[in-house]
Write a new protein. Structure first.
Length: 109
């Protein structure tokens, strides 16, 4: 469990946070997908600039959840997914263009 006030991990059965003293500070965090692994793969295999942006947003999801900011965590997750998809499709598009150029060069020779 995470304290909604200070963001530190506290005992599951605790009635108050041992760090800041806030009572009933425990609440299970929602399961929001980070897309971190996918963003790293996009960075390595597809298109690095957009993959890096996706990694930054994916890393923000966990940070926002630790602070208890669910709205920003959902927004960061959405942005990570968007930039990941942009990176994938940019990488696919560049691959298609490269293959077409190679085929045209091969045809000319």
């Amino acid at each position: 469990m995470v304290c909604r006030n200070c963001g530190r991990n506290i005992h599951k059965g605790a009635e108050a946070c041992a760090y800041c003293g806030l009572r009933r500070a425990t609440e299970p965090l929602p399961d929001i997908r980070t897309y971190l692994a996918e963003a790293i793969l996009v960075t390595i295999f597809c298109f690095m600039p957009f993959g890096i942006v996706a990694i930054v947003y994916a890393a923000q999801v966990s940070a926002f959840l630790r602070r208890g900011d669910v709205v920003r965590a959902k927004n960061a997750s959405k942005m990570a997914r968007i930039w990941m998809n942009i990176g994938i499709w940019t990488g696919v598009g560049l691959l298609v263009v490269a293959v077409l150029i190679l085929l045209m060069v091969k045809k000319l020779l």
